[in-house]
Structure formats: structure tokens, C-alpha cells
Design a binder for this molecule. Structure first.
Ligand code: ZN
Length: 177
């Protein structure tokens, strides 16, 4: 994977405003459509108890009981899935950082551009006191004490999934009492 960290060419204020405004509108529209679509789908499956579908809480309980699945199982599963949908990127980021992945060179050249090449962690031993020090080495041969870490952030789908998980958890707990 390659990351580049060269500064973007400057944009005029109007251009920047139009760009971000249009993107925001599109993002909100897309998100609304996804949430509405999923809500309608769940509604017609009877999840909210208004329609006589397979996910209607009153029937769902009976179906699951017939399968030998208890309410406690369902509660544990929905809570687990909710926690997972909230924390997957933090877990991934921590694992990536510990393995020295998703790191790029932070060397700044004379023109003010950041190198941005992928780096690997190396351990050097000082001759004087044989103390071990950690450095980040990139393909260009830069040895830096620090490197940029590129954390994975949740995208639109990631946010929608955790929101649905939370709603689902509420429904399950509500239906259980
Ligand atoms: Zn470099």
C-alpha cells in the first residue's frame, strides 16, 4: 500500500465551499436513503411488531425458542455485534500499529514536501553504550525517530452498521421485557 502526503494545490474559497457543500449534500442524501431502505426492509419483515412478518418480535421469540435459542443467547450476540461494529477499526489500528504497518516516512524535504514512502521499523544498537533505539526506515533511505500512522476510520457503511446494531440491541432488549 502506498500513501502520498504531498500538499494539495491551493483552491479558491468559492471552489472549496462548492466542493464540500456538494459532497456533504450527497453524503447526507446517500446516508438517508440507506437508513430508510434498511428501515423499510426491517419494517416489512415485521421487526417493529406492526407487520406480521418473520421478524415480528412475538413470533421471532417462538421461532427461536423452537430452535433452542434462548433470549440470553440473542442478547449476548447483539451486544457482542454492537461492540464489534463500534470497535473493529480501533482493534485493526492497534494491531496494525503493533505490527508496524500503515506507517509512512515523515521526512520533510527542502521544498516542504513530506516523503510519505512506507516505512519499516528497525532497531539500531548504539556503539557507545550498546543501547537499542527504534527508527523508521523508508525506501528512500530516510531514518526517522517518528513516522506517520494512517488510522482506518469508519466510512458511511461503518457508521450505518453500528447505528443499526445499536437499534437492534434496543429492540431485542425491549422485546425481552
Ligand atoms: Zn522517506
Amino acid at each position: 500500500m502506498k500513501f502520498h502526503h504531498t500538499p494539495a494545490p491551493p483552491k479558491s474559497g468559492v471552489e472549496l465551499y462548492r466542493h464540500s457543500y456538494g459532497q456533504q449534500r450527497l453524503w447526507h442524501f446517500g446516508l438517508t436513503m440507506i437508513v430508510m431502505g434498511i428501515s423499510f426492509f426491517l419494517y416489512y419483515l415485521g421487526l417493529f411488531g406492526r407487520v406480521d412478518g418473520p421478524l415480528n418480535p412475538s413470533q421471532l421469540g417462538e421461532h427461536l425458542a423452537a430452535l433452542g435459542v434462548s433470549k440470553a443467547h440473542i442478547m449476548i450476540i447483539v451486544v457482542f455485534l454492537t461492540l464489534l461494529s463500534l470497535t473493529w477499526n480501533w482493534i485493526y489500528n492497534l494491531a496494525s500499529f503493533l505490527r508496524g504497518k500503515r506507517l509512512t516516512c515523515s521526512k520533510i524535504d527542502t521544498r516542504g514536501y513530506v516523503c510519505g514512502e512506507p516505512v519499516g521499523r528497525i532497531t539500531l544498537t548504539r556503539r557507545k553504550n550498546s543501547k537499542r533505539i527504534r527508527r523508521y526506515l523508508c525506501g528512500e533511505g530516510h531514518k526517522q525517530a517518528e513516522a506517520h500512522f494512517h488510522a482506518v476510520k469508519k466510512g458511511t457503511v461503518g457508521h450505518v452498521v453500528w447505528m443499526i446494531s445499536v437499534i437492534f440491541t434496543f429492540i431485542v432488549f425491549y422485546a425481552s421485557y
